[in-house]
Design a protein around this ligand. Structure first.
Ligand code: GUN
Ligand code: ZN
Length: 431
């Protein structure tokens, strides 16, 4: 049996501070976690854990640093690592000019493997241990991603993009081949170890009715699988969807008609929601993924978190790399805060840290496995240094010990440099 002790300032949430206040979280200033076989066996004061741990268990000493559950990214595109930061276009032009060109390379399993390796290295460097990932239309891209994630023992969700129109021929499947390939990938990867599958009709623009029908059939046949797609990101996109689907009153109505809504469905962006769409999202327990760096970069619009919260809709936070401009969930939360400020809303740091950890775990229905530092949970952790750069250390000199202030500064100034270590199933993976 492999055992390890991880010592530091443990911060974990048991609920959303927006709803549960001070009962929502717990900080142990000199705490320790006993990890056995990839899972958390004991948590508590270091003095207690050190006494009861198996003799000889190695101790990773992060005293003074914050230890949290690993970050979770609810929407990201692994084939866009070489598209990130591409100049000067809004969504539809950006897809055609950059993304649909780059994604064609993933027909090659060797290329897919190289990028999958880079991608997972980068997530771990940033403290992200779980992500909900878009692959390309090519089954080889999905295969490469899952092989690499499995090799690393990481909890990951991913799926093959289904797209049978309005894309270059080399990026198109058909309603039938998209169904068959997704079905085979689900059979191979869904629920295997720590992996799960997301049925991935890219967005209504690139799927025919027949393909959305096939996606609905896959979801009915595999109720434990996820579904991910894009919704109401950009005004020109919405107009195009309405032209392509004249039979549906709203964009979400298209997905609804094919049975794609539900508690395991994650809709990226959700910026320009009509009232009836908001009501449908909430009623179906679907999840809206807030992607602030992407929404600013592509000029898509400002996510209205308060409106979704008040409607009782479920919300997740995500980078959306490569429309998003950072892999860092800290940087993503910082931009999220600014987006909300533009709408006269706010986002206390404790709520933002809850969102990056337990909140996103709940959004992905994984809150019994990840997102908390509690016995029985998987030992995916991030260690954060609030004084990682000279400017952060300088900022923290005026800090009087208030946790919220420290967390807020970490969000605003932190990035991969603030991530001292990342643990996946109890193993340090940040090189
Ligand atoms: N809508 C359809 N595909 C994409 C994509 O790759 N990125 C973003 N941001 N929006 C999309
Ligand atoms: Zn996206």
């Amino acid at each position: 049996m492999s055992a390890r002790i991880i010592r530091g300032r443990l911060l974990s949430f048991r609920d959303d501070p927006r709803l549960a206040g001070a009962d929502a979280w717990r900080l142990i200033d000199d705490g320790a976690i006993l990890v056995e076989n990839g899972a958390i066996a004991m948590v508590g004061e270091a003095s207690v854990i050190l006494k009861s741990a198996p003799p000889g268990a190695p101790i990773d000493d992060h005293r003074g640093k914050l230890v949290l559950p690993g970050f979770i990214d609810a929407h990201i595109h692994y084939p866009q690592t070489r598209v990130i930061g591409s100049y000067g276009a809004q969504l539809l032009d950006w897809l055609n000019k950059y993304t649909f060109v780059e994604e064609q390379r993933f027909v090659d399993p060797a290329h897919s493997a190289v990028v999958a390796r880079f991608f997972l290295d980068e997530l771990f460097r940033q403290g992200t241990t779980t992500a909900c990932v878009y692959c390309t239309v090519h089954p080889a891209s999905v295969e490469a991603f899952f092989v690499e994630a499995e090799r690393r023992g990481a909890r990951m969700i991913a799926g093959k993009a289904m797209m049978d129109r309005n894309a270059p021929p080399a990026l198109r499947d058909t309603a039938q081949s998209g169904y068959d390939e997704s079905k085979a990938l689900i059979a191979r990867w869904r629920g295997r170890g720590r992996l799960d599958y997301a049925i991935t009709p890219r967005f209504a623009v690139t799927s025919t009715e027949a393909q959305l029908e096939a996606a609905g059939a896959l979801l009915r046949e595999n109720p434990q699988a996820y579904l991910q797609t894009h919704l109401d990101e950009n005004l020109a996109e919405i107009e195009l969807v309405k032209r392509l689907f004249p039979g549906s009153k709203t964009y979400l109505g298209v997905y609804e008609r094919f049975g794609l809504l539900g508690p395991r469905s994650i809709f990226g962006h959700c910026i320009h929601l009509e009232e009836s769409e908001l009501a449908s999202l909430a009623r179906s327990r679907s999840v809206a993924a807030f992607c602030p760096t992407s929404n600013l970069f592509l000029g898509s619009g400002l996510f209205d978190k308060q409106r979704l919260d008040e409607a009782g809709a479920r919300v997740a936070l995500a980078t959306d790399v490569g429309g998003g401009t950072s892999y860092s969930m800290l940087a993503t939360a910082a931009e999220g805060y600014k987006v909300l400020q533009m709408n006269g809303q706010s986002w206390p740091a404790l709520q933002a840290f809850h969102q990056m950890t337990l909140g996103n775990a709940r959004a992905l229905s994984l809150d019994g496995r990840i997102g908390r530092i509690e016995p029985g949970y998987e030992a995916d952790l991030v260690v954060l240094d609030s004084r990682a750069t000279p400017a952060m250390a300088h900022r923290m000199e005026s800090h009087d010990g208030d946790l919220e202030e420290e967390l807020f500064a970490l969000i605003m100034m932190g990035d991969d440099r603030a991530v001292t270590q990342t643990y996946v199933a109890g193993v340090g993976v940040k090189r």
